[in-house]
Design a protein around this ligand. Structure first.
Ligand SMILES: [Zn+2]
Length: 162
């Protein structure tokens, strides 16, 4: 499954670069929850129209996490994200870290995360953007990753997307 390959490669990036601090903490908690199967990893599921509508306008090309009908947390990889993935495309790993940050915040606030108001969601979104910057610096310093993909494929990036 490509999604697992992408998550494994992100793990390699984190380990190879001896990442510390915020990025490592967020990665470690999210990765553990996924490997413990607390989080369901799904590829291009048939989901309801409302969610499709929201993710269709996201730069994440369908990468997001959600609570499914059985109240299980799912990390969802959509068609566009998977179809555009290349192994050296740092934007895909940056997006994954963004969602890992949301997972981290969810586990820090499991009772209230999905009930958060607009201001709280904005706050969570800022934290997710911050981790994009943090991991972006790792890519920049390692000089192994392709930055231009981001410019070529950059699209509308709504501030309140999950
Ligand atoms: Zn987000």
């Amino acid at each position: 499954m490509i999604a697992e390959q992408i998550m494994d490669t992100l793990k390699e990036i984190i380990e190879t670069n001896k990442t510390e601090g915020n990025v490592y903490n967020v990665f470690f908690h999210a990765d553990k929850a996924i490997r413990n199967k607390e989080v369901i990893v799904e590829s291009s599921p048939n989901i309801n129209q409302e969610i499709n509508q929201r993710t269709a306008t996201s730069i994440f090309w369908g990468l997001y996490f959600r609570k499914n009908e059985s109240e299980k947390i799912c990390l969802t990889f959509g068609h566009r994200y998977l179809d555009t993935y290349q192994q050296n495309s740092c934007v895909h790993y940056t997006m994954l870290m963004h969602e890992y940050r949301h997972l981290y915040d969810y586990y820090s606030n499991p009772e209230t995360f999905f009930k958060s108001n607009e201001k709280e969601r904005f706050h969570f979104e800022l934290k997710a953007r911050k981790i994009e910057v943090d991991i972006g610096l790792i890519f920049y310093q390692s000089k192994l990753w392709v930055f231009k993909e981001f410019k070529q494929k950059n699209e509308f990036y709504p501030l309140f997307g999950w």
